[in-house]
Every structure is written in C-alpha cells, then in structure tokens.
Design a protein around this ligand. Structure first.
Ligand code: PEP
Ligand code: CO
Length: 460
C-alpha cells in the first residue's frame, strides 16, 4: 500500500503530472492561477455534499445517474439556445428514465467546465506543418494554426467566466420554471425524432401529466418537487493548476472542496496510482469518478480506492467503466469481484462511448449506435450476474442534430458523417439518438427488475 503523505491543494506538484500543456511563459501561467484562486466559486459545499448523498443512493439502486454532454465543451457552446436545448434533452432523457425505472434520476452534465482534453500525442501534422494538438478550449484553439495552437493561460480565465455564465443560465432556467413538469415546452420532441418514437414518448408524457393531475386533484403533490429539479456539473479534472485554483477550504466542515464543478472525474490516461492526478483527487470532498478501461487490473483498482477514499465514504467514488462492448463480459466481473471483496463503497456507472470508437473510410472517428447499445446491455447484465448494481450511465451527447455516431433511429451511415460532423473531439450522440438510448435503458432496467434476460427482449 502507498504511504499517505500530508495532502494540500498543491501537494500534487511533487508527483509526475501527465497531459499538462507546456506554457511558453510559466510565470504568466502561475499568475493566472493566482487570479483564478481569487475569483468566486461556482458552487457551494452543501450542494456538493447533497450530490454525494444522492450518488450513494445510486449505489444501492435507489437512484440512477445520468451523466452526459460534449466530449470537448466549446466556448461557443455558451449561448442561450445551445445551453437550453442541451439542458432540455438531458431533462427529457431523465424523465423517460425516471418513468421507466421508477426512481429518482441524478442529472449531471459534462458542462460548465469540460474544456480540457487529454490527447494521445502532443503534436500533429496538418497540411505538412507540425503543431501542438488541440487540448481543449481552456488551453488552445482548435484552429489548425501553429500560433493559435500555443497554450495560452488567458484562456483559463475566459473558460472560468464561460463556465460561470453557462451555469448561471442553467440555474436561471431552473428557477424560472423551465424544468417544471407542467411546462409544455419541456415536452416537445425534436423534429428529427421519428414518428413511432414520438408516439411512445407522447404516451409517457400523457401518463405523467395524468398522474400529476390526479395527485394535485387529491392535494397530494408538493409543487416544489414538480417545478424544481436538481442539476449538477462535471468535467475531467485534467489541468491540475486550474483545479488547484478552484479548490477552497470550507471552515464549516474543515474539508477542501473543488468549487469549480460538483463532480470531477480522473481520465483513463491519468489514473495511475502514483500520479499527480490521484494525489490531487484524494484530498477533495467532491464525488470523484474514475474512468476504467480494460487495462486497469482489479488489484490496482482496489489500491486506487484505498488511496482516494481511505475513509470509505459513501457516494464519493463513481467507477465509470468504458471497456468496449467486446471486453465487458471478460473484464468487468474481476473488477466487480475485487471491489466487492475489498468492501469499498462505490457507485458503478457505464460509459459505452469511449471503448467503442472506430475510424472509418477517410479517417473520421465515429461510434456505432448498436455497439454502444451492446456495451450497455452487457454491462447491465454483468452487474446483475455479479450481484452488483449499475448505478448510472455516462454519454457524450448533444442536443444538436449532428451526424457523428452511426446508426440509431435515423440509421446514419458513414456517408452521413460529413453532413454535420461538428465535434471538436469525440463523436457524440445526437438528439434523437440520445432519446433513443434513454428508451433503451428504460427497457433494460425493467428487464433487470423482472429478472429476465435482456437478450430475450431484444431477440439477440
Ligand atoms: C472523455 O471522457 O472524453 C475521455 C477522454 O474519456 P477516457 O478518459 O475514458 O478516455
Ligand atoms: Co471523449
């Protein structure tokens, strides 16, 4: 077991930090971090504690996490309509899930801070010119221009303000009743949704509205519970200087919180035991996700939990598996068994996106809807077979009508990809694919409860 030295918000600096950009002027970078540390937090410790408590419920199957948003959030996504439509599709998915699963849905956006991307290579060659890769809008520009690809600390301030404006608008939408179940706008389906899904959706909507109507008629409804929803933000904690700057001491609890997001996760590329990332994350009170790919050995996972959550606090660790549809059946059971044997409290989630990325014809990255679906099905079934609970799902998705993932109800093919391929990083589910996946999860959860094999329901 690793020896635990005293933690401070900057103790990570004594450890090797992978995937950190190199700034031309390190003094300017450090000055920028000082400035960030003096800016107000985006949230408060009680909001974070509340999310931790709800995530603990998901571990027991009493709630379910829906986490989703862009792979790389773009500065230009900070626009009223874009934020409202993304929020709306997450709300709609959560209503479909809540209706099907009969349990509270914990909504977590990859939003208001998802501006940092790890890349497999530091540089790339575009039109014969070598330049730094794009590391997310908080670091450099996506434009294929060596000058604009240079990491610029000023972008951190810009992203901080953009995250603040994004979250402020989401909070205002909630306060203004946008998520009120009585609000008709919430129930309109996107134009791209095919008619048979519209009918299924309309049936759910009618049923929910009818139930609300009945409950209100007998005076059984608390209006607050129908008009206010909870929504949390999350991003990959990658640039540790930025995360350190957002870390604040809470005198009430005596703990440190990262007040730049409700939840953060450690990416699959930075989760090694002796990394600076694991050092940073062991000291904060926020819920922490770990992205788990098939190369993580079960004993290494337990060592990570021991280091990140030695007090075995419930709701703090979210294990997000992204194994790939073909690896779930062999790789997931040993991980589940090792965690069960260790007695560590964890909430399991499934990211069916990152293990299933393929490159088609002209080098375009995509994901196939049926394969995403397969990873979800296998993950649900494996947890059930191992006497474990899948407590959530994690998607890269958007409310736009993009063509980045193949398949789905519109049956997008590789020829469609060029039509609206807009992501700055990984391919996302579009609006109708996102709603389709929510219906699918509902069916999976129902079949879990009924104890039948999912394959029986899907004829595969
Ligand atoms: C991501 O979530 O965009 C990502 C990079 O994931 P992973 O760390 O699982 O590869
Ligand atoms: Co991604």
């Amino acid at each position: 077991m690793t020896e635990c030295r005293a933690w401070t918000p900057e103790s990570w600096r004594e450890f090797p930090a992978a995937h950190q950009p190199v700034y031309d002027d390190p003094a300017h970078y450090e000055k920028t971090l000082e400035r960030l540390a003096g800016l107000p937090p985006l949230m408060t410790p009680p909001e974070i504690d509340n999310l931790r408590t709800r995530i603990a419920h998901a571990a027991e199957g009493k709630a379910f996490i829906l986490q989703g948003g862009n792979c790389a959030e773009r500065l230009k996504d900070c626009a009223g309509e874009t934020i409202a439509s993304k929020f709306k599709v997450i709300l709609q998915m959560s209503l479909i899930l809540a209706y099907g699963a009969r349990k509270p849905i914990i909504r977590i956006g990859r939003i208001a801070g998802q501006y940092f991307k790890p890349r497999s290579k530091p540089t790339e060659i575009i039109s014969g010119i070598e330049m730094p890769c794009y590391y997310g809008d908080a670091i450099n520009s996506v434009k294929a221009d060596p000058l604009q690809r240079r990491p610029d600390p000023q972008r951190l301030i810009h992203c901080y303000h953009t995250a603040t404006a994004t979250l402020n608008y989401i909070r205002a939408l909630i306060d203004g009743g946008f998520a009120d179940l009585h609000h008709p706008q919430l129930w309109t389906m996107p134009n791209s949704a095919p008619s048979h899904k519209r009918a299924e959706y309309q049936e759910i909507v009618n049923h929910i509205l009818d139930t609300i109507d009945f409950m209100e008629s007998v005076g059984a409804t608390l209006p607050e519970t129908l008009s206010k929803v909870q929504f949390s933000t999350s991003h990959e904690g990658l640039l540790l200087g930025y995360e350190q700057a957002m870390t604040r001491h809470d005198p009430l609890t005596g703990r440190y919180y990262n007040l730049g997001a409700h939840m953060l996760w450690i990416g699959a590329r930075t989760r090694t035991l002796d990394s600076a990332h694991v050092e940073y994350f062991r000291g904060i009170a926020n819920p922490v996700g770990i992205k788990i790919d098939a190369t993580l050995a079960p004993d290494e996972l337990v060592a990570l939990l021991e280091k990140l959550n030695p007090d075995r606090e419930t709701g703090r660790m979210v294990l997000i598996t992204r194994l790939g549809a073909e690896r779930v059946v062999s790789s997931l059971p040993p991980l589940i068994h090792a965690v069960q044997e260790s007695g560590h409290p964890v909430t399991w989630s499934c990211d069916p996106m990152h293990g299933n990325t393929v490159v088609v014809d002209d080098g375009v990255k995509t994901r196939v809807f049926a394969v995403i679906q397969k990873e979800l099905m296998r993950t649900f079934e494996t947890h059930r077979n191992c006497n474990s609970v899948l407590g959530g799902v994690h998607f890269e998705m958007t409310a736009e009508d993009v063509t980045e993932c193949m398949g789905g109800i519109e049956d997008l093919t590789s020829q469609d990809l060029q039509r609206r391929y807009e992501t700055y990083c990984d391919p996302r589910l579009n609006c109708s694919q996102s709603l389709e996946i929510a219906f699918l999860i509902t069916r999976l959860m129902r079949s879990m409860d009924g104890g039948t094999s999912i394959a029986d329901h899907n004829g595969q």
